[in-house]
Design a protein around this ligand. Structure first.
Ligand SMILES: C[S@@+](CC[C@H](N)C(=O)[O-])C[C@H]1O[C@@H](n2cnc3c(N)ncnc32)[C@H](O)[C@@H]1O
Length: 238
């Protein structure tokens, strides 16, 4: 089955459980989200795009910061969950970010937030070119992704330098789902940003919080030894 179809089917299947668990699932609630939100700039009155928004928890947090929020996802069921959460406070769209983002204008946004969603996209150069087009000069693009050191070991790769199609089976949301994604090297994370004229502002290899330790001590120990995610904030220079 094509990569896009497998990802779409996986998130359609997961949407309800994902929405139910995301507020307290340790890897999201006590690890990735605190690290991403700590990097956020002042968002009051800013036009923000939440890419791959899933069930809309990030969109809700962005609204709480006073942002004017547009959010998109490829999955209708995720969109329905996002709608339940934020109603019509955000402009919610069904968008596949592997395609040109023609629905958005040049210089439309001050900030793009893309947490844990771009690992499903093979061609980051084209995606970042589109993000740059729709960001205002001086706007920020921030994302989180699999950490290349973690992923290389987890997938036991012998093709570190490839943008490699990988898959694993998720069981953490209460149902079994085969989840494909793209694993890539450190240079293939940074160079598509740099080649598109983004300047790196912050790089964070998150540490799990105290709440994580209380909730899942075994995985806490693993994450203090080796990070699973990488968070990057970059600025669109021109
Ligand atoms: C791990 S979830 C993250 C959801 C949300 N960003 C969060 O952190 O809570 C990944 C999301 O990316 C979406 N996604 C995957 N491929 C996509 C694509 N090509 N275009 C738009 N959304 C996509 C999935 O449907 C899913 O909702």
């Amino acid at each position: 089955m094509a990569h896009r179809t497998t990802v779409y089917n996986a998130y359609q299947k997961l949407a309800e459980q994902y929405a139910a668990l995301i507020e307290t699932k340790p890897h999201n609630a006590y690890y990735e989200r605190p690290a991403m939100m700590k990097m956020w700039p002042d968002l009051e009155g800013k036009k923000v795009l939440d890419a791959g928004c899933g069930p809309g928890l990030y969109a809700e947090k962005l609204l709480e910061r006073g942002a004017i929020v547009t959010a998109f996802d490829i999955s209708e069921r995720m969109m329905a969950e996002a709608r339940k959460r934020v109603g019509d406070q955000a402009d919610l769209r069904l968008v596949d970010m592997t395609q040109p983002l023609e629905m958005f204008r040049k210089d439309q946004f001050d900030f793009i937030n893309a947490p844990l969603c771009i690992d499903y996209v093979k061609d980051w150069r084209s995606l970042f070119k589109e993000f740059k087009r729709i960001l205002k000069p001086g706007g920020l693009f921030q994302f989180s992704c699999g950490h290349p050191a973690f992923d290389a070991q987890y997938y036991n790769t012998s093709k570190y330098f490839d943008v490699e199609h990988v898959q694993c089976t998720w069981t953490g949301f209460g149902i079994e789902v085969v989840m494909p994604s793209y694993r890539r090297s450190l240079q293939d994370i940074f160079m598509p940003l740099i080649d598109n004229g983004f300047q790196i502002r912050q790089v964070v290899e998150p540490l799990p919080t105290v709440e994580f330790k209380k909730n899942d001590f075994r995985r806490y120990l693993s994450l203090v030894q080796r990070p699973a995610f990488l968070c990057i904030q970059s600025e669109c220079l021109i």
